[in-house]
Design a protein around this ligand. Structure first.
Ligand code: ZN
Length: 318
């Protein structure tokens, strides 16, 4: 298992956008800023933790209150429903520096006891756009000795890398603050009704800047239909494996490999588009498509593993 104290930490553009949109939703529209909480999902290997997504879970006016059972229930439900791996959690310190307080340590200890080797991200959203360096408004910690609980010294992970051009990220963040002030585009917490966002998002992209707006819309439509096609292909592979009747292993392996290559190439194209476009609304729509593809990529990986194991089992029987 990868210990977060060593190695690198990488954040995808989409995950950062979602964390910040969540904090802004409960910062710029309310009289008193609320604290937001969510989870970080992604992948890990021996060298790095990659945070690929962020899911808003809850908000509260009781700053630094303990992570309760309701929070963990939602996280587990989200995890099971979406087949994601939890890398850590985040919460906001609106207008307070993002330091790892005693209460944060206790909360992180509770989080670690359910999700070992994970990280805690703390962000002050009100510092965005004030010229404060990015790495100061967002900090990541874990406990040096999790077995000591809240008494453990904190360990700051200082190797945050953003999978995007740095200047571009800051520019989009500032733009996002502006959009957020106009309540556009909204972000939902896990379990909230999603009908409003869908129509609003598409409309907004349609009305986007001329030229780039319509080209973005085309890209969004074409990427989502490509992701959908690959989803159908994935379902076919899964169905073939489940029935096992007249299973042509060579053909199945070939299909899996072809789909995997195609998924990787598509994910690179979407990432490129996310980073290239200057329209934040379009970035958000593209991030949603990318998230869905990421989940399918993980599902295919699992099927490949399963297939490999069952082939091995058959070979041993022979
Ligand atoms: Zn805190």
């Amino acid at each position: 298992m990868h210990n977060p104290q060593h190695g690198k930490l990488v954040f995808s553009y989409c995950s950062l956008m979602d964390i910040i949109r969540h904090t802004l939703r409960f910062t710029v529209h309310v009289k008193e800023s609320l604290e937001v909480r969510g989870v970080l999902t992604g992948t890990r290997d021996s060298e790095r933790i990659k945070v690929l997504g962020a899911m808003p879970i809850s908000h509260t006016d009781e700053l630094e209150s303990p992570l309760d059972e309701e929070f963990f229930e939602k996280v587990e439900k989200y995890q099971n429903k979406n087949d994601v791996e939890i890398m850590g959690w985040y919460h906001s310190h609106p207008n307070r520096s993002p330091s790892f307080t005693q209460k944060d340590r206790l909360n992180h200890h509770a989080f670690l006891s359910r999700f070992p080797d994970t990280i805690a991200l703390i962000i002050d959203p009100l510092m965005i756009g004030t010229g404060v360096p990015f790495t100061h408004l967002m900090r990541v910690f874990t406990l040096s000795y999790p077995e000591m609980g809240g008494k453990s010294p904190a360990m700051e992970l200082d190797k945050i890398k953003v999978r995007a051009e740095f200047g571009g990220v800051v520019k989009s963040l500032v733009e996002m603050v502006e959009l957020s002030k106009r309540r556009q585009p909204p972000i939902l917490e896990f379990g909230e009704d999603s009908d409003i966002t869908k129509t609003r998002r598409v409309k907004k992209v349609e009305n986007g800047r001329q030229g780039e707006g319509s080209s973005n819309l085309k890209a969004i439509e074409s990427f989502s239909s490509m992701v959908l096609k690959e989803k159908v292909q994935l379902a076919r592979i899964k169905k073939g494996m489940d029935s096992r009747k007249g299973l042509d292993v060579t053909r199945l392996t070939k299909e899996m490999r072809t789909l995997k290559i195609s998924q990787i190439s598509l994910s690179e194209k979407i990432d490129h588009r996310i980073h290239r476009t200057t329209d934040v609304q379009a970035k958000i729509a593209l991030c949603r498509i990318r998230d869905s593809l990421t989940r399918d990529m993980r599902r295919l990986e699992a099927l490949i593993d399963e297939q490999y194991i069952s082939t091995l089992a058959e070979l041993t029987r022979m």
